[in-house]
Design a protein around this ligand. Structure first.
Ligand code: TPP
Length: 288
């Protein structure tokens, strides 16, 4: 089966998101480093993309007509690796090589070594620019694929994001769908205008308004609700003549009580006790 569409149910996708959270924490603990909060906020969206939306061939990762995915918030790489492994691009066991020297699964995605990675990323903002290039190139080549790109809300601090947003609207690039993982946290604190604000000026509504102001058709969704993710992405695909931005409302660290909404879990290795509790909360009975 080469098309993800219709093969998996929303319940299957929720289960893959759960399994992804387990594998992510195993890999980070094993590596002794890595990001957790951002990968966890993206889990359902990645499961919906890879098991319900994108037209990909795990056995032929370079298939020219595949839909493309760019994880512009490249520090969440372990979430993407996990979903690619679950989808069959490479063995699930390889996830435990995460961040090891000579591994194909480095801290930030490398398109030159890892099957299924369409764009290298990690320097915030640059993956988005690459995604725009892929979409422009696809249109110039007369190909019918869609490019999906996921950005962080903190990443939207980067000027290149807004230069790119302007260019995409200027070229009426309607074969790209940007998903902004709006978990309201970045590396050190809230992205909004609370007292804990560090950098970004966005309130909840300002982020969507800003994409709208740049000429993008803008939608919002609950980024943990799989039926809503599927219906929003389906509606996004129907839009023509303008690029689409979807602001996904999410929770950083979603799925583990002590991580949810706590920016300290942006990048952190769990202790044995924390790991056991997370596994239990994720339905794995506390065993490593
Ligand atoms: C250009 C650049 N500056 C700084 C960093 C370091 N950095 C990695 S993740 C991060 C915070 C990103 O926050 P957000 O985009 O909201 O991601 P999420 O909360 O989804 O993890 C920062 C500043 C980077 N990778 N690239």
């Amino acid at each position: 089966m080469t098309q993800a569409t219709m093969t998996y149910t929303p319940e299957d996708m929720a289960e893959y998101a759960r399994q992804a959270r387990v594998r992510i924490l195993e890999a980070v603990k094993h590596a002794g480093g890595g990001h957790v909060g951002g990968p966890y906020s993206a889990a359902e969206m990645l499961a919906a993309l890879y098991f319900g939306v994108m037209n990909v061939r795990p056995e032929e990762p370079e298939w020219p007509d595949r839909d493309r995915f760019v994880l512009s918030k490249g520090h969440s790489s372990i979430a993407l690796y996990t979903m690619l492994a679950l989808r069959g691009f490479f063995p699930v066991e390889e996830l435990l090589t995460f961040d090891a020297i000579d591994s194909r699964l480095q801290g930030h995605p490398d398109m030159t070594v890892t099957p299924g990675i369409d764009m290298s990323s990690g320097s915030l903002g640059l993956g988005f620019a690459g995604a725009l290039g892929i979409a422009l190139g696809g249109r110039a080549a007369g190909r019918d694929f869609t490019t999906y790109v996921m950005l962080g809300d903190g990443e939207c601090n980067e000027g290149v994001v807004w230069e790119g947003a302007h260019v995409a609207a200027r070229y009426k690039l309607d074969n790209i769908i940007a998903i902004i993982d709006h978990n309201k946290l970045q590396q050190f604190g809230w992205t909004g205008s609370s007292v804990e604000e560090r950098i970004t000026p966005y309130t909840e509504s300002q982020l969507a308004d800003r994409w709208r102001a740049f000429g993008w058709h803008t939608m919002e969704m609950d980024g943990h609700n799989i039926p809503e993710i599927l219906s929003t992405l389906a509606a996004a695909k129907e839009v023509s003549g303008v690029p689409v931005a979807i602001v996904a409302h999410t929770v950083k660290g979603k799925g583990v009580s002590y991580m949810e909404g706590n920016y300290k879990w942006h990048s952190k290795v769990p202790t044995d006790e924390e790991f056991a509790q997370a596994m239990e909360e994720l339905g794995e009975g506390g065993a490593e």
